[in-house]
Design a protein around this ligand. Structure first.
Ligand SMILES: Nc1ncnc2c1ncn2[C@@H]1O[C@H](COP(=O)(O)OP(=O)(O)OP(=O)(O)O)[C@@H](O)[C@H]1O
Length: 619
């Protein structure tokens, strides 16, 4: 068992730039709750007869880990996707950031974008490439807050560690480079038109204590409605506010937000609190992304997807109170390994967990779109947890998952019936230019729309990076990278220092990295295609949550020792310990420029849901 993350990071200067959304169709979801629930129900009905990822039962490690071992039928059902919930623990970390601060139309939510962002904009400075390893500026105007649990020495060392962290850092995620691309598209103001204008026709949670959960506001017309649909989550009106938490330490920083390790005063539990500046979101047109992230986190219920416990807002900030993944970023783990890579067996383990998480997301109608080691967090136990859903996209109502009979005469796994989760979002295409430079799929570069197949492409890149310590199409600049993505075969270097890669593994990578998305592995039946590839022949999908991860994060002495996180410098601290009740603090920052001609203020954050989510098994 390899113990990890203790070593100081070696100097690294690699960078990956992330992309902005160019345009997306407006979110139009009708009757989602019903669809989601029927999807889930039919999935479980089908799945009960097949071997599947979802039997993730209890997590054995960690004093704060929670187990729910459902004995009842209801519990068995829900436990198929999440039999265990983890409670917050420990850590130290790197963060992902936005690469650019375009002033465009948010989120790729503009309805107009059809331009090919690569060919139309080659050479433009729009998509900022953070080759200098710099860390974007933090959200400004964040007042100081009392910090507990951080020694003066540690704080004094921050500058040096920050320098190391910069070298370690290579990613900029979710940039809003739209401004780079979208001249002539829109007026550059935030897209508030489809936000919060439609009258609410239903705004109550009909039975917040019911085990099968429900719909929070439903918005009329072509608006979307939020749904929280799970047998094991109870949604309640938010039970906490900023003053309910003590801040311990800043552990991550993005371009509109910061992530703090916090302790809930009442329960003493640790959480990761993502605090997003409204002002910055408005400025950078990232409002919809934040709303989408909250929705996806609140809807998801899977052991490999970070758990949301509370979401609420104050006048200046949105708050997402999540499970604390004390193992930090998988990226950091990789970077601190010799050669920045891991063995094929270890790669198979992480690839399997990621596949399970993607399968779940697709089943729920979400395309993740930003898979990369930076967005894979490690739970204290060493299992993965996907995070950072601000680039994710929710499809409209899709089909129910269907059953694919096993192939007779195939391998044992191929002989089993499988689920076609692709059918859940099969027809959904979106056209944002989003992703991370080295991970971006050819169809995204071409700008002709993309589907959930982009997630299988990124899985191929991830597996490659785990094995080779670099990505396959990385060029000397963005255009070279894009050209290579569009044109080149996957290189499999075989120099003396490189570890041998099996033919099965190469076959999987090649199939995931097929440039034609319709021929790519996953195009036929989604995750089932991937899971039945012979590379995973030895993978026990149903037991994967019970397997011992190849690398176990170091634990600090105290739960608050964030040893697996980099030290993030905080220029201005967010006052998460304010005294006001969050529910009374909603509103638009006064200088947001969102006043209508009549002087009324549109609140772009009106649709942000303030909820507390009780997960089955948590106390
Ligand atoms: N639940 C968590 N547990 C532990 N650390 C976390 C958690 N969530 C986020 N972090 C840390 O904070 C960092 C920033 O989080 P995240 O990527 O979600 O923020 P972001 O503002 O969306 O960043 P970006 O601009 O890169 O998208 C992560 O890279 C990670 O290091």
């Amino acid at each position: 068992m390899t113990q990890l993350f203790a070593s100081s990071p070696s100097a690294m200067n690699e960078k990956r730039g992330n992309f902005p959304g160019l345009s997306l169709p407006t979110r139009k979801h009708s009757n989602e709750s019903g669809h989601l629930q029927s999807r889930i129900k039919s999935f479980f009905r089908i799945n009960s007869s097949s071997s599947h990822t979802s039997s993730h039962a209890s997590s054995p490690s960690g004093e704060r880990e929670k187990e729910t071992q459902g004995a009842s039928a209801k519990n068995e059902k829900s436990s198929a996707f999440r039999q265990s919930r983890f409670l917050p623990t420990i850590g130290r970390n790197r963060s992902t950031t936005c690469a650019s601060e375009g002033n465009a139309l948010d989120d790729g939510m503009s309805p107009t974008a059809t331009a090919n962002p690569y060919f139309a904009h080659q050479g433009q400075p729009a998509l900022r490439h953070r080759n200098d390893g710099s860390v974007p500026s933090s959200p400004p105007d964040t007042p100081e807050l009392q910090v507990t649990g951080v020694s003066a020495v540690e704080q004094a060392n921050t500058a040096n560690k920050e320098e190391l962290a910069r070298k370690l850092r290579r990613v900029a995620s979710a940039p809003n480079a739209q401004g780079l691309f979208n001249s002539g598209q829109g007026d550059g103001r935030p897209q508030t038109a489809e936000m919060g204008k439609e009258p609410l026709i239903e705004s109550t949670i009909t039975d917040i204590d019911a085990p099968i959960a429900l719909t929070v506001p439903v918005i009329n017309g072509d608006g979307f409605r939020r749904t929280y649909s799970s047998n094991s989550i109870k949604v309640r009106n938010v039970e906490v506010g900023p003053a309910s938490f003590d801040k311990i330490k800043l552990i991550g920083k993005g371009d509109v937000g910061k992530v703090y390790l916090v302790r809930e005063k009442k329960s003493s539990r640790l959480y990761a609190m993502k605090v997003l500046s409204k002002k910055e979101m408005i400025k950078r047109n990232k409002i919809k992304r934040a709303l989408a992230e909250q929705e996806i986190l609140a809807t998801s219920n899977h052991p490999f997807i970070v758990t949301l416990y509370h979401s609420f807002q104050s006048e200046d900030y949105l708050y997402l109170c999540m499970e604390y993944c004390s193992g930090g970023e998988f990226f950091r783990t990789l970077q601190t390994r010799p050669g920045k890579c891991i063995s094929e067996d270890a790669a198979r383990f992480y690839a399997a967990e990621v596949t399970a998480a993607l399968e779940y997301l697709h089943l729920m109608g979400f395309i993740y779109r930003d898979l990369k080691p930076e967005n894979i967090l490690l739970h204290q136990s060493g299992h993965i947890m996907l995070s950072d859903f601000d680039l994710s996209k929710q499809s409209g109502p899709g089909g129910a998952p269907t059953m694919i009979p096993g192939r007779s005469g195939g391998t044992s796994s191929a002989a089993l019936p499988t689920i076609d989760t692709k059918s859940c979002i099969a027809d959904f295409r979106t056209n944002s230019f989003v992703g991370t430079e080295e991970y971006i799929a050819p169809e995204v570069i071409k700008g002709c729309g993309h589907t959930s197949a982009v997630d299988w492409w990124t899985l191929g890149i991830l597996i490659y990076e785990m094995l080779y310590g670099t990505t396959p199409f990385k060029g000397k600049n963005r255009n070279a990278t894009f050209a290579s993505i569009l044109r080149d075969d996957v290189p499999f270097p075989e120099h003396s220092g490189s570890q041998p890669t099996s033919n099965l593994c190469k076959s999987l990578i090649r199939k995931l990295l097929i440039k034609d998305e319709t021929k790519r592995l996953g195009a036929r039946a989604g995750a089932s295609d991937v899971k039945t590839h012979p590379f995973f022949r030895t993978t026990q999908w149903a037991l994967i949550r019970h397997m011992k991860p190849p690398m176990i994060p170091h634990q600090g002495r105290a739960g608050t020792d964030t040893i697996n996180f980099r030290n993030v410098k905080e220029s201005a601290s967010v006052d998460i310990g304010g005294t006001q009740d969050s529910s009374k603090m909603k509103g638009v920052p006064m200088d947001s420029g969102l006043a209508t001609p009549n002087g009324e203020l549109n609140d772009p954050f009106e649709e942000f849901n303030s909820v507390t989510l009780h997960h089955e098994g948590d106390h």
